[in-house]
Design a protein around this ligand. Sequence first.
Ligand SMILES: [Zn+2]
Length: 336
Amino acid sequence: MKAAYYSGNQTFEVQPTDPEPVSSGMVRLKVAYCGVCGTDVHIYHGKMDQRVRLPQVIGHEVSAEIAELGEAVSDWQVGDKVAVRPLQPGLADPSDNGQRHIGKNLRFIGIDTPGGMQTYWNVPAYTLHRLPEQMPLELGALTEPLAVACHDVRLSRLQPGENAVIIGGGPIGVLIALVARHKGANVLLSEPNATRRALCQQLHLPAVDPMTTNLVNAVEAFTNGAMADVVFEVSGVAAGVKVMTELARARGRIVMVAIHSEPKPVDLFRFFWRELQLIGTRVYEPEDFDEAIRLAASAELPLDQLITQISPLEDIQSVFETIDNNPAGMKYLLKC
Ligand SMILES: [Zn+2]
């Protein structure tokens, strides 16, 4: 088998290794595809070196077939097609309030522990979700990011007929737009990159350029003055945070999807003035994976159009360099 080790300094090394023994409660997966996440690119940039133990295999957006079962694993068989919900909740903490998916002792598989960019990958059986037999495994690798979008839309309490504005048209922003539209919402995206806007157009998702268009005016026109019931902040940039409070109508919900590692100015007056609500969202719960798999299997979303490139695992170094050079790309998959 082969494994791609991130060894720091923007370098991956693909090396032959031996599969790890499968301990009790674990399964060995034969990885089909592993998607490259924004988080993986952060790791590649050395921004998470304190969390990653070098050299480490990373990656968490996996579709796979079960290759071997550890002891005490029932309900699964060798050959089953699966997606992995890469969360290891750890010990419950009183402050968790029962929310194990964001618990204090949560470990994220593929960041805090070895990930899926390798031929064989051992994971706890409780992380598995069954993929339908007929689903192409390329699409199965989109389950994890799609589950993020399902979680974000669910926590936004979005209703059919509502107006939703998504600030940021990267993979997660576009997936949120697709899920929100599927729920019956009217969806408008804000995205400065022309290539990404062109993809939105191809997906029949209206998208405006916030660099050349006044976004407040655009939302006003799009909603006939009603403004947004829900605003998803997915851009992670200060301009997105600055404008988000201007786009929501009275009692509108603002959903914080992006990871803002630095504090940024927020117009708190607008929360008072228009009785706005701020909703934080992070990762997913099992039901979001179920919903993502149901949506992907039903072919109701044009997910295949989000796959920019599929490359062999051996090409991992050039794939990460390509992503760096082409921020307009969407999903890059590694064939493991
Ligand atoms: Zn991801």
